[in-house]
Every structure is written in structure tokens, then in C-alpha cells.
Design a protein around this ligand. Structure first.
Ligand SMILES: Nc1ncnc2c1ncn2[C@@H]1O[C@H](COP(=O)(O)OP(=O)(O)O)[C@@H](O)[C@H]1O
Ligand SMILES: [Mg+2]
Length: 314
């Protein structure tokens, strides 16, 4: 049985379609990432799967329970860390955990054991009496995760759990995610960070409510039909304009201080790119073929989706 299974899941707010016919599944022990720009429909999807928001159409089973028919029953089976995770900042670490243990109805004789386990899991041992307001963001996030898994849910929803924390804290948080998934928890996580998406077993890319690509990071990269060149040039803006006008170029996008050039086929060579730039008087300090990154795929898929929409509306 899949931990999460959706079929044509749809949410409309009035005439606006926030989640459009989304079908996917997540199995036990899998870390599935939702990658998409702001407003793509990630949070709305999660809220439907948590039984908080009724879908307009389609079906969703979470832990085998239908979110439409038995939303109450879902809640005991899931952990949910919302975008603005809800800790009580004027309470201590231990008080927050105790409070959530009560909310989740953890039996009296199990509370002590679970509190201890969760303190260890979230690396907060020794901080029991610290006020949440005094904790750095990274620690709060670990505590919020701890609260969300107190009742040992089968399915865990993490909505941008690491936004606003430094890379080291993010990495520590991901180690927690792996620990939980290795114990069989199914994890659905949303993120903006490409290096986090890289760490998911599978990724769903979501644009304007539609799931437009879904696969492992490795296989997603194979979607790019041509090559990716990384270019470091004197005048980035002009270099970008010039390369974009060459035949066989799918996309040119900024990549840090450099540019990434996605070609449609294998015929656009390094030499051709370099010649075009040099001819326009642009200094090229480096021009190399690189392996596609997830960001390249994301940009490519976004472009592809925009083109399809334009065709439809013409
Ligand atoms: N309760 C609501 N009423 C009307 N529109 C909403 C509501 N909730 C979300 N939306 C809209 O639905 C779209 C998707 O939002 P959301 O799921 O929060 O996106 P994401 O989490 O990917 O940033 C946005 O355009 C948002 O404004
Ligand atoms: Mg969101």
C-alpha cells in the first residue's frame, strides 16, 4: 500500500485552479520533494492531504485513508510541519513537547519515553528548559519536527521546513529527515533549495498547480535533450542576448556569476558559442560543457510548460 496516493487531485478557489489534476504516490520510507515557485500550489496540496482543506475533485488516500471521506482519521496518522511552524515561543522545549504529546493523545505511560526519544532525535538533549524564544532558528526547526513526529506518524509533511536557516543547520535537518525515512516514514517535503531537492528520492516539479515532471533527480536530468554549457563572459547581459539568438539554443539563464546555456540538440558546439561571443567583442574567460543540474532541469521544464501554455492560448 502506498503511503500517499492521489488521483486527479484538484482544488479550486472560486474560478481559480490552485491545484490542477495532480496524481502521484509516495511509498513508505520514501522522501518525495515538491519543487515549484511561490504560488504553485504546494501548500494547498499538503493541506488537502492533511485533511484540513477539502479537495474540489479527485481522490487522495493517506495511509490508506480517504481524505474526502474520513479527514479526522488522517490526522492521527500524519505529522505536519507547516510553513510557519507553530511552536509556543514563551514555553520551554520540554513544555512544547509535553503540550503536543497531549494534543496527539499519546498515552500517559508512553509520554516520557517519546519525549526522551524525540529530544535525542532532534539533538536537543540538555536544552529541555530553554525557552523557545531564545533558540536559534535551526534549533526551533528541529524542535518543530520533533513535535510533528511525537506520535510516530507513518506520513510526514514538511512545508519548506528549512527556509531561513543557514546551510549547516539545513544539512543537520536533512539528516533528521533521512533518519525518519530509514525507519519507514514516508516524507513529502517542499523546498526552494535545489541542493535539497537533489537529496530527495523523487521530485515532483509543480507549476501553476500542475505537476509537470516527476522522477528521480538523476532521471529528471536526462530530460534535457541537448547539452549544458557554463559560460563566464565579460558582459553577461549581452552575452546572454547574443547566445539566445543563435540557432539551437533552448535557454540561457544566470547561474551565479556565470551563464548556463541549454542547447536543443548536440549540434551547438563550444566552438560555435565561443565564436559568436568573440565576434561580438565579448571576452570569454571560460566556456565548458557541464553536467545538467536540477536547476537547469527546472528552468527547462518551466520554459517547456510556458511554451505549451502559449500554444494552447493562441
Ligand atoms: N484560501 C485561499 N483562497 C484563495 N486562494 C488561495 C487560498 N489559498 C491559496 N490560494 C492561492 O492558491 C495558489 C497556490 O497557493 P499555495 O498552495 O500556497 O502555493 P505554494 O505553497 O506553492 O507557494 C496561490 O495563487 C494562492 O494565492
Ligand atoms: Mg507554500
Amino acid at each position: 500500500m502506498e503511503a500517499i496516493l492521489t488521483q486527479g487531485l484538484t482544488k479550486k478557489f472560486g474560478a481559480f485552479v490552485a491545484v490542477d489534476n495532480v496524481s502521484f504516490s509516495v511509498s513508505a520510507g520514501e522522501v518525495f520533494g515538491f519543487l515549484g515557485p511561490n504560488g504553485a500550489g504546494k501548500t494547498t496540496t499538503i493541506r488537502m492531504l492533511c485533511g484540513i482543506l477539502p479537495p474540489t475533485a479527485g481522490q487522495a488516500l493517506v495511509g490508506g485513508v480517504d481524505v474526502m471521506k474520513e479527514p479526522q482519521k488522517i490526522r492521527g496518522n500524519i505529522g505536519y510541519m507547516s510553513q510557519r511552524f507553530s511552536l509556543y515561543t514563551d514555553l520551554t522545549v520540554a513544555e512544547n513537547l509535553t503540550l503536543y504529546a497531549g494534543i496527539y493523545g499519546i498515552p500517559e505511560n508512553a509520554v516520557k519515553r517519546r519525549l526522551k526519544e524525540v529530544m535525542e532525535l532532534s539533538a536537543l538533549v540538555g536544552k529541555e528548559d530553554a525557552l523557545v524564544v531564545d533558540l536559534p532558528t535551526g534549533w526551533r526547526q528541529r524542535l518543530a519536527l520533533g513535535c510533528a513526529v511525537l506520535h510516530e506518524p507513518e506520513v510526514l509533511f514538511l512545508d519548506e521546513p528549512t527556509s531561513g536557516v543557514d546551510p549547516a543547520a539545513r544539512q543537520a535537518f536533512w539528516e533528521l529527515i533521512y533518519q525518519l525515512s530509514s525507519q519507514g516514514t514516508a516524507v513529502l517535503v517542499t523546498t526552494h533549495y535545489m541542493e535539497e531537492a537533489e537529496q530527495c528520492n523523487r521530485i515532483g516539479m509543480i507549476f501553476a498547480g500542475r505537476l509537470v515532471a516527476m522522477n528521480t533527480p538523476t532521471l529528471l536530468k536526462e530530460r534535457i535533450p541537448g547539452k549544458v554549457y557554463e559560460v563566464e563572459a565579460g558582459d553577461t547581459i549581452r552575452a546572454s542576448e547574443i547566445m539566445r539568438q543563435l540557432p539551437g539554443i533552448a535557454e540561457v539563464s544566470p547561474f551565479g556569476r556565470r551563464l548556463h546555456v541549454l542547447t536543443e540538440t548536440d549540434t551547438t558546439t563550444r566552438t560555435k558559442l565561443r565564436q559568436a561571443l568573440t565576434k561580438a567583442g565579448i571576452t570569454v574567460s571560460s566556456l565548458e560543457q557541464v553536467a545538467p543540474s536540477l536547476e537547469d532541469v527546472f528552468i527547462y521544464v518551466a520554459q517547456e510548460t510556458a511554451n505549451e501554455n502559449n500554444k494552447k492560448h493562441r
